[in-house]
Design a protein around this ligand. Structure first.
Ligand code: NI
Length: 206
């Protein structure tokens, strides 16, 4: 009788231990740090990017469909920007120069103006040439640019401390890497070094 009872108790303890282990493994898998970044990336994937209808620096109307099939490096800014935009565009240009041709030909760098009133097709044309032969400048009507900004969750605001045409525009300065279907892959912050951008691009462009 007591032997049987012992056996039952042991079996019970064993079962309890197995269940505890399973529960622990389940919780560890669910809350592990490895789970955080894919979730954040999925959220960004749902939020960032989408359709746009703009005009390129040669005056040709374009949409996101014209760039499908290649990765896009998307940066919003304006040509009158004194420091942030030129720095980021130079980083993009330097990074493109460091990448092997096999990767750069899979990538289209886009500079979309947030200041279409001043950034005409001709100004965009002159401006992008200063940075990289691959860089495509996009402008359009105020409505078209607003729609593109909305797709990419870009915030921009004129700093109106004077009524001159020399105004500045404060703006978010993320550089987005989008995949062949226009889906968000990752982003780069202002100030990233060309070396670091090159490394990250190598890792993400397939
Ligand atoms: Ni800027």
């Amino acid at each position: 009788m007591s032997l049987k009872k012992n056996r039952k108790t042991r079996l019970f303890i064993l079962l309890f231990l197995i269940l505890s282990l399973l529960a622990y493994a389940f919780l560890a898998l669910r809350s592990g740090p490895a789970d955080q970044s894919p979730t954040a990336a999925q959220n960004n994937r749902a939020l960032i990017g989408g359709p746009f209808s703009l005009v390129d620096h040669s005056g040709k109307p374009v949409s996101e469909k014209d760039f499908a099939g290649k990765y896009m490096l998307v940066y919003f800014g304006y040509t009158f920007c004194p420091d942030v935009c030129p720095t980021d565009l130079q980083t993009i240009a330097d990074s493109l120069d460091m990448l092997p041709e096999a990767l750069t030909e899979k990538l289209t760098p886009l500079f979309i103006t947030i200041d279409p009133e001043r950034d005409t097709v001709d100004i965009m044309n002159l401006y992008v040439q200063q940075f990289h032969p691959q860089l495509i400048g996009l402008t359009g009507s105020v409505e078209q640019v607003n729609a593109a900004k909305k797709s990419y969750r870009v915030w921009a605001s004129k700093a109106e401390d004077s009524d001159s045409s020399e105004y500045l525009v404060n703006h978010t300065s993320y550089i987005y890497l989008m995949d062949r279907t226009g889906g968000y892959v990752t982003h780069f912050r202002h100030g990233i070094l060309p070396n670091d951008m090159t490394t990250k691009l190598r890792q993400n462009i397939k």
